[in-house]
Design a protein around this ligand. Sequence first.
Ligand code: CTP
Ligand code: ZN
Length: 151
Amino acid sequence: MSRELIVSKIENGTVIDHIPAGRALAVLRVLGITGKEGVRVALVMNVESGKLGRKDIVKIEGRELTPEEVNIISAVAPTATINIIRNFEVVKKFKVSPPEVIKGRFRCKNPTCITNAPREPVEPTFYLVRREPPLFICAYCGRYHELSDLL
Ligand code: CTP
Ligand code: ZN
């Protein structure tokens, strides 16, 4: 397959597959991976995919991400599949699903929300109120947010 010509298989770690094309950098941003952690990360962008037309892939070597850690990426990559790799084999595969609570990663879109006030040490917090399609409510002002509003 053509994508294998770009980046080889990894021995241990996590492969985030089926990311909508062009979203790989957003996935890394949401995961808080900057490249300064010292872990080896491979990005594959705009490769052919049967299901999606084109897709991105992120491979993180030596780190097994947990569902709690990766569910946050459903905000930018709801189609993503997480593959846990050990000894070159896929030992676990799961789809991301929207988290019940999101803390501190996105801003509330209500400009008068206390989480947007300067000098207020309030961490933006959103609760999932509907799963399909995902809908979140700001814990502080009650404003509803779809995933696209959080980005
Ligand atoms: N992969 C990898 N290193 C490994 C094993 C797998 O980088 N040692 C990558 C593959 O390149 C692929 C993803 O992990 O992008 C999932 O691998 P696999 O389940 O073997 O592929 P598919 O069957 O095509 O996956 P799916 O059914 O989820 O599309
Ligand atoms: Zn708010």
